[in-house]
Design a protein around this ligand. Structure first.
Ligand SMILES: Cc1ncc(COP(=O)(O)O)c(C=O)c1O
Length: 485
């Protein structure tokens, strides 16, 4: 998830203007309805008690608040990954109890249609029955071997046959690890140090990637976070996305020094930003000319834009690819892969060291295998295209009807929209969107039982479990909220 989303950038700091967010009114209706079976104990207390009880339910995320308040004493900010703390949209985060299909239930019993999908993995729907059954079978054999197992071969073969540019793959435990490994490998293979990344692209939290871009022009990177040594980022060059001229000038200024260019081929960590026509081809060309590697970070787009990821969708072959999220089917996994001649530099085939106690874990491999099997069935990506198109079309229409400046788009199971007239072609454009309005929209949608990513700078995700009814309810909710924000 994007650093911008995580740290609640200053342009979204107008949250004091928001209505008190802690008590969504619509949740009450759902709470009252869903608690009807438990209301008998209330009835015996008499009418006044019943009213009081209803009132309490109406304005309560009681258990969520209780648990999150306790969490704040136990874990930094009460969370184990910063964007979950709702800093960008304000209000208290919701604590969840269970997920199934396209839905999530919080600890107070409120039900939501989910468009976060655990930040991407849940593309076939949460807690899929077949994935769960397979996990139980694997579990019976043990949770971790720390040694080779057949399941690794099966998932590796699936990934290699799906991803056009991957001939060999190394499994790790997260997208961060995958990007870290790919970067080390690019440096090892080329014998060069410098890399180019794009503003607004997130490649995990490894030191070299935590670089803030300078405004407008490409700059030498300075660390985004205290604790990142300047030395770790001084070889990280940055450029706005969709700006091939800056890339050309960086290659000119650093002849023979650039190991790789890394990017999210569709940027999901600055909202939803697609590559302009010809941009990816131009990147492929210029990296080839300069003997630098092109790395597609497909942690988000892999198996989401197409079974073969963005590289299949846009028909561009990168040298290295990073994966995560979907290939673990909700369990912790990452992977990096590419041409054999490059991958064979990785230990123990070659000298580039990278290892992992739990890498290739049988449970994670199992969830990945069964998720990919489902995605391979005919019609999956057409279905994602259809539901996501209806969703984003409905939201944009409703927004325009309500008089808002709003723009957005989608590809298959990934979408995004900005409270900005658009087009949004880079992170600077994205930052000009009305983040305070997004915060109000987000809170309003929560009240309507719709769970969106808690930041304007995060893409949304649909799944095979989202029905036309889900989309209809979401668009109706959006129309209502857009009228009043
Ligand atoms: C494109 C991209 N790369 C890398 C990462 C890091 O993955 P992880 O959170 O699994 O470490 C993310 C996470 O959201 C991502 O979206």
């Amino acid at each position: 998830m994007a650093l911008a989303a995580v740290i609640g950038l200053s342009w979204s700091s107008n949250l004091s203007l928001l209505p008190s967010p802690s008590i969504p009114s619509r949740l009450s209706k759902r709470s009252v309805n869903s608690s009807s079976s438990s209301s008998s104990s209330v009835v015996v207390k008499g009418a006044i008690s019943l009213e009081k009880e209803k009132e309490k339910k109406i304005f309560s995320l009681e258990k969520s608040e209780e648990i999150f308040n306790a969490a704040k004493d136990l874990m930094p900010g009460g969370v184990n990954s910063p964007v979950r703390a709702f800093k960008s949209v304000g209000g208290q985060p919701i604590v969840f109890d269970s997920v199934k299909g396209s839905h999530m239930w919080d600890v107070d019993g409120n039900k939501y249609i989910d468009y976060v999908g655990s930040w991407g993995p849940a593309i076939i729907g949460h807690a899929d029955d077949k994935v769960n059954a397979a996990l139980i079978e694997t579990l019976k054999k043990g949770t971790s071997f720390g040694a080779p197992c057949l399941l690794e071969n099966i998932l590796a073969e699936m990934v290699i046959s799906a991803m056009p540019s991957i001939e060999m793959v190394r499994f790790v435990n997260s997208g961060t690890e995958a990007c870290m490994g790919a970067l080390r490998l690019a440096r090892a293979f080329t014998g060069r140090q410098k890399i180019i990344k794009f503003e607004g692209c997130y490649h995990g939290h490894a030191d070299s990637f935590l670089v803030k871009a300078g405004s407008g022009i490409a700059t030498l990177g300075l660390p985004d976070s205290p604790g990142v040594p300047k030395g770790a980022t001084s070889d990280t060059l940055t450029s706005p996305i969709n700006d091939i001229e800056t890339i050309k000038s960086l290659f000119d200024a650093h002849k023979g020094e650039i190991a790789a260019v890394i990017l999210e081929p569709v940027v999901g960590n600055a909202g939803f930003i697609t590559p302009k026509s010809g941009f990816l081809d131009a990147l492929r060309e210029i990296t080839k000319q300069n003997n630098a590697l092109l790395i597609f970070d497909e942690v988000m787009t892999g198996f989401r834009l197409a079974y073969g990821g963005a590289q299949e969708y846009f028909n561009i072959l990168p040298d290295l690819t990073t994966l995560g999220k979907i290939i673990g089917g909700g369990l912790p996994v990452g992977a990096y892969g590419g041409r054999k001649e490059i991958m064979e530099m990785v230990a123990p085939s070659g000298p580039m060291y990278q290892a992992g106690t739990l890498s290739g874990n049988p449970l994670a491999m199992t969830a990945g295998i069964h998720t990919l099997r489902r995605l391979k069935e005919p019609g999956c990506y057409d279905y994602l295209d259809k539901v996501t198109g209806e969703l984003i079309g409905g939201i944009l229409d409703a927004g325009k009807k309500a008089g808002h400046e709003i723009s957005g788009g989608y590809i298959r199971g990934m979408f995004g929209f900005f409270f900005a007239a658009g087009p949004v072609d880079n992170f600077e454009h994205a930052k000009k969107s009305d983040t305070a309005k997004f915060a109000r929209f987000h809170r309003g949608m929560l009240e309507e039982g719709i769970y969106l990513a808690p930041s304007q700078f995060e893409a949304g995700f649909t799944s095979l479990a989202h029905t036309s009814k889900d989309i209809e309810m979401t668009v109706e909710a959006a129309a209502k909220v857009l009228q009043r924000i």
